[in-house]
Design a protein around this ligand. Structure first.
Ligand code: XMP
Length: 315
C-alpha cells in the first residue's frame, strides 16, 4: 500500500470534485452504484460536482445480498441523488450460463455489466460513466491475480465501444482512505464501515456454474454468516457454495448434499488478509443455522487460510 500518512480527505474531496467538473463540463453522467463504500463515495463525489446531471444506477444482476436493491435505492433517495433501478438478472444469468472457469465467469460478468451500463448512459443522454474502482482492484488485475470486474483502461480495454468515457474518482485510493473520504462526505456509518462485496457478487461465491438455485443458497448462507458474525471485527465475513457435494444423513436417510464454506478475514487494504479465529460458539451457531435453514446443505466448513496463498474470494 502507498504511504498515505499525509492524506487529507477534505483536500482530496475538493480536488476530486474539481477534476470531475473540469472533465465533464456541462455533460451528463451515470454512476454505477452498488451501495458499497467505493461506489457510494464515487457517486457522491460526482453528485457534488454535477448535481442532477448525474443519474445513479443500481443494476440488479441477481447476485446481490438479500434486500440489497431496496436498501441502496432508499439510501440514494435519502441522499437526494437521482437514481434508477435496472432489473437485469435474467440477462446476467444467461451471460454466465455453463461457465465454470473463474476467469471466464469474471470476463462474462464484466462484458454484460458494461453493455448494460452503456445502454443506461445512452438513455440518460450521458457521455460519462462513474465507477468506484480503487487502487487494490487495479493492482490485482494488472498484477494478473484476477480480473476484477471494474478494471478496463488500465489493461488496455477502451470504453468507446460501450459508448462512454470513464470517471474513477477514487482509483488512487485504498480502502482505508476511501472510508476516510466517505466519512468526511457525511455518508452514514453503515456505508462508511460496510464490508466489501465483490462486483460480480454471489456469482463468484458460487463455485462453478451459476444458477438461480445455487445463488439462492449462497445468498441465504451469506445472510446467516453476516448476522451471526456481527460482533466479530472483520474486514469480510461471508459464505461460499462449493461445486462438490458430499454425503449426509437427513431424517435417517442418505443424501448427497451441498457444502458451504464460511470465511471471516481481517485486512487493511485487501492485498493481504488473515483468517480470524472466530469463537467456536459463534461458528457452531453459524453451522447449525446453515444446515438447519438451507435445504440441501449438509456440511459447513470454516476456512483457516490467510492471503497469500489464498485470495479473499474463492474465485
Ligand atoms: P481477492 O479475492 O482478490 O479480493 O483477495 C480482494 C478484494 O477485492 C474484492 N473483489 C472484487 N471487488 N470487483 C470488485 O469490485 C471484483 O471483481 C472483485 N473481486 C474481488 C474482494 O471481495 C476483496 O475485498
Amino acid at each position: 500500500m502507498r504511504n498515505f500518512s499525509n492524506f487529507s480527505a477534505s483536500r482530496f474531496i475538493e480536488e476530486a470534485i474539481n477534476e470531475i467538473k473540469n472533465k465533464v463540463g456541462t455533460e451528463r453522467a451515470v454512476a454505477a452504484c452498488s451501495g458499497g463504500v467505493d461506489s457510494m463515495t464515487s457517486t457522491l463525489l460526482a453528485h457534488r460536482a454535477m448535481g442532477d446531471r448525474l443519474t445513479a444506477v443500481y443494476i440488479d444482476d441477481g447476485f446481490r445480498r438479500e434486500g440489497e436493491p431496496e436498501w441502496v435505492m432508499r439510501l440514494l433517495k435519502r441522499l437526494g441523488i437521482r437514481a434508477r433501478l435496472e432489473e437485469k438478472s435474467k440477462e446476467f444469468f444467461d451471460a454466465l450460463k455453463m461457465k465454470v472457469d473463474p476467469e471466464e465467469k469474471r470476463k462474462a460478468f464484466r462484458e454484460k455489466f458494461y453493455s448494460v451500463i452503456g445502454k443506461v448512459v445512452e438513455e440518460a443522454g450521458g457521455r460519462y460513466m462513474v465507477q468506484g474502482t480503487i487502487a487494490a482492484d487495479i493492482a490485482e488485475t494488472v498484477g494478473g491475480i484476477k480480473t476484477q470486474h471494474n478494471v478496463l483502461e488500465q489493461i488496455g480495454i477502451g470504453t468507446e465501444r460501450y459508448g462512454f468515457k470513464l470517471l474513477e474518482p477514487v482509483r488512487g485510493l485504498y480502502k482505508p482512505q476511501v472510508r476516510e473520504v466517505a466519512r468526511e462526505l457525511g455518508l452514514p456509518p453503515e456505508v462508511v464501515g460496510r464490508a466489501p462485496f465483490p462486483g460480480p457478487g454471489l456469482a463468484i461465491r458460487v463455485l462453478g456454474e451459476v444458477t438461480p438455485e445455487r445463488v439462492a443458497i449462497a445468498r441465504k448462507a451469506t445472510q446467516v454468516v453476516e448476522e451471526e458474525t456481527r460482533e466479530v471485527k472483520s474486514f469480510q465475513s461471508f459464505a461460499v457454495l462449493l461445486s462438490d457435494r458430499c454425503t449426509g444423513v437427513v431424517n435417517g436417510r442418505r443424501v448427497y448434499g451441498r457444502i458451504i464454506v464460511v470465511r471471516v478475514v481481517s485486512s487493511e487494504d485487501a492485498m493481504t488478509a488473515r483468517a480470524i479465529q472466530v469463537p467456536y460458539q459463534i461458528l457452531g451457531r453459524v453451522s447449525r443455522r446453515i444446515v438447519g435453514e438451507i435445504p440441501g446443505v449438509v456440511r459447513c466448513l470454516f476456512d483457516l487460510t490467510n492471503k497469500p496463498p489464498a485470495t479473499i474470494e474463492f474465485e
